[in-house]
Design a protein around this ligand. Structure first.
Ligand SMILES: Nc1ncnc2c1ncn2[C@@H]1O[C@H](COP(=O)(O)OP(=O)(O)OP(=O)(O)O)[C@@H](O)[C@H]1O
Length: 252
């Protein structure tokens, strides 16, 4: 097995005195499909933000593609960050622009300002955008205004934008939370297919654990900022899940 894509050693992240993650150790290799599960506030989004460098740790070390993000200049850090694509539940699309502009935003880290500006008038890299849209199953929407699409289609545009970026790893924060079960399964299957085909790594936070069991190769259970278990689905028992989501008993 090659060097890990993500490596966290004793990572703690605090927000104004609140500890969102505490002394987390985690190593994720190329091609893994890792689900982050656990109750609200467990630290799943915080962990994803550490993996893509949106947040830096308060203590400990986060290594992405062999680079310690805290030791890099902003420019070097951006170069590493471009290799990590993130799909958010709120898709962060500019909905009054056509789909192609939103997909092309995946190039922005690499394009010059002039090319980016020019692309607003004359879309560049049409073929690449069209291929990405075909991969997510909405090839015909290339020139449609983004706000004319359904929520599920907009989610696919967000994934196409990440594909154009051609990242080594895809992170997804609750990507199926607003979808009905049929569309949620469809999207999970799509994310698996896209990452499996190209050997990309997938790290995905999920509220609905059924999808984690069905589609991921590894489940990381987070509770109160700590990893409670880290195992393949076949080794995760009902008792472990029950314990993960257990409500705290109020102190009387
Ligand atoms: N920017 C922030 N400022 C202050 N506190 C934060 C910030 N981001 C997260 N937190 C806190 O850190 C803890 C972990 O939050 P996080 O969003 O990572 O959890 P989560 O497991 O993703 O929850 P959910 O499933 O509800 O999205 C929570 O107590 C949250 O309130």
């Amino acid at each position: 097995m090659g060097p890990p894509i993500f490596y966290l050693s004793q990572v703690t992240r605090q927000f104004q005195g609140l500890t969102a993650l505490a002394e987390v150790n985690l190593s994720i290799a190329a091609g893994e499909r890792v689900a982050l599960i656990g109750p609200s506030g467990a630290g799943k989004s915080t962990l994803l933000s550490l993996l893509n460098g949106t947040l830096l740790p308060s203590a400990g070390q986060v290594t992405v593609l062999g680079q310690d993000l805290r030791r890099l200049s902003p420019r070097q850090r951006r170069r590493v960050q471009r290799q990590i694509g993130t799909v958010y539940q709120q898709h962060h699309l500019v909905t009054n622009l056509s789909v192609i502009h939103n997909v092309n935003a995946g190039h922005l880290g690499r394009w010059s300002l002039a090319k980016a500006a020019w692309s607003l008038l004359w879309p560049q890299s049409v073929e690449i955008a069209a291929r990405a849209l075909a991969q997510v199953g909405i090839a015909e929407k290339l020139y449609v205004r983004t706000d004319r699409l359904s929520g599920g289609e907009q989610q696919r545009v967000a994934i196409a934008r990440v594909l154009v970026q051609d990242p080594v790893a895809i992170l997804a924060d609750e990507p199926i939370a607003s979808l009905d079960p049929a569309r949620a399964h469809d999207l999970m299957a799509l994310l698996c297919r896209l990452t499996e085909q190209s050997g990309k790594t997938l790290v995905i936070s999920l509220h609905d654990i059924e999808y984690a069991f069905q589609y991921c190769t590894r489940l990381v259970g987070l509770r109160q900022g700590q990893i409670q278990f880290d195992a393949p689905p076949a080794q995760v028992t009902d008792a472990m899940i029950h314990e993960l989501y257990r409500l705290e008993q109020p102190v009387l």
